[in-house]
Write a protein that binds this ligand. Structure first.
Ligand code: NIG
Ligand code: FE
Length: 438
């Protein structure tokens, strides 16, 4: 039996012993903290949680190995043991909003913005999303896949097991389909759980930006060609749109969302990032799965969300990076509306894969308490992108999506910012991997 490392990726049984502190949510979604325990994982699910940390004597005395073998027809050799050595274990993170597939960078824009040139003005001067579109179109499939895998590896090192990835830096039919195919191909190189989203409506193609006829042509191409092809090839279940005064107006948003719904897509919408044009009400009316950003959301709209199935997703890293006022989390809290947290990792408005930093910003700037951050990062984030094997609940029969970190207690993870004490990420009972040696 192997200790201290997860050698056998295909092990059917994994035992994490000597956990100093275990944090998570029980089946009723109550936050808990337990001391000194061992988790038994079988076929990717939590089989048992034992209160005592002394695995060797306790498990043998209770004939646990035999029970496990009988239950899973597993030989002892197929049981892996990780010694957590008194460290802290908690659910792995879910990132339900990223733009991880792109090529190149926009570092010069970062300095322009910090010299007080607004994000939208940079976009109007031909930079912004259009700049990443040009760089992405010019990259080969291999370049795009490798850069995506590197970002996934970074994200997983910060504890992320589940990730939504939007297309949207192609903005031609050929390039949007290419990006979605590469996102799907990435699944071969990692056991991270990936949810691709078609975001052909991330912006208008740069060549159509100032021409109403070409804009109309692009909208109709999304409706009549791109969405049906995405569906035919089964490249994505979700459609997303940047609903914004100077990008897709309310009418265009409604038209494209309805076309997507008619084809069976679920909706995620970029809403109230720069201006509030009423897109949140529209999203609720269209029963969108999520509304994301929400920097300019009103209390009335939060009350609408409360009565709906639509999940609000906050991206405090973007407000930080753009130096904009944060989403009004206190109004969500006051009205009892739970939110999810996401990175929005992208080359323009938030260039990072450091998920821990996002949660630290949520603690400082949104004033979110520890258990609320953990729920927003796991249970609610899983709902926002419909991950069917979610993270967050640590109880018998639930998926074993876990993190082991070398910290004295969970508060420390967000308090000591900029550090990365994560030692192991476990996805459905297996060590997380991203293979970049293609
Ligand atoms: O979520 N709002 C649109 N999309 C990204 C930014 C993309 C970019 O600037 O490249 C966002 O902030
Ligand atoms: Fe975004």
């Amino acid at each position: 039996m192997e200790e201290n490392c997860l050698k056998d990726e295909n092990s059917k049984v994994l035992i994490i012993k000597d956990i100093g502190k275990l944090y998570g949510f029980d089946k009723n979604l109550n936050f808990f903290k337990r001391d000194n325990c061992t988790i038994i994982i079988k076929d990717g699910k939590i089989f048992d949680i034992i209160e005592l940390k002394d695995y060797d004597s306790r498990l043998r005395a209770e004939n646990y190995e035999k029970q496990l073998k009988d239950h899973s027809k597993t030989s002892v050799e197929e049981i892996s043991v990780v010694n957590a050595k008194g460290q802290v274990v908690f659910p792995s993170f879910v990132d339900p909003h990223t733009h991880l597939i792109y090529y190149g960078d926009r570092a010069s824009e970062f300095f322009m913005r910090n010299q007080r040139i607004p994000y939208m003005e940079i976009a109007e001067r031909g930079g912004g999303i259009a700049s990443s579109v040009r760089q992405t179109r010019g990259a080969s499939d291999e370049q795009l896949l490798l850069s995506l895998l590197k970002r996934l590896k970074a994200l997983s090192s910060f504890g992320v097991s589940h990730v939504e990835i939007k297309s949207g830096y192609g903005l031609t039919k050929k390039d949007e389909l290419r990006l979605l195919r590469i996102i799907n191909k990435a699944k071969v190189y990692t056991n991270m759980i990936i949810q691709p989203t078609c975001m052909a409506a991330h912006d208008f193609p740069p060549e159509a930006k100032n021409d109403p006829k070409l804009k109309e042509k692009w909208i109709s191409e999304i409706e009549k060609e791109i969405l049906p092809s995405v569906k035919d090839e089964n490249l994505s279940e979700f459609f997303d749109i940047f609903s914004e005064e100077k990008v897709y107006n309310l009418k265009q948003t409604e038209r494209l969302c309805k076309a997507a719904l008619d084809l069976g897509f679920k909706l995620k919408l970029h809403v109230d990032e720069i201006t509030n044009i009423g897109a949140c009400q529209l999203a609720v009316k269209l029963k969108a799965r999520s509304v994301e950003h929400l920097l300019k959301i009103t209390e009335d709209e939060i009350l609408l969300l409360k009565e709906s199935e639509t999940i609000p997703v906050l991206l405090p890293g973007t407000a930080f990076y753009l130096n904009e006022p944060y989403a009004p989390y206190e109004l969500f809290e006051k009205n009892g509306v739970e939110v999810a947290l996401a990175s929005d990792s992208n080359p323009g408005s938030n260039c990072t894969e450091n998920m821990l930093l996002i949660y630290t910003i949520a603690a400082i700037k949104l004033h979110m308490p520890l258990d609320v951050i953990l729920k927003a990062a796991t249970v609610t984030a899983s709902k926002a992108s419909d991950f069917i094997k979610p993270s967050g609940i640590i109880d018998k029969g639930e998926c074993a999506n876990l993190i082991i970190a070398e910290i004295p207690h969970l508060e420390y993870l967000f308090y000591h910012y900029g550090d990365n004490p994560i030692k192991e990420v476990i996805i459905e009972g297996k060590k997380a991997f991203v293979n970049i040696d293609m």
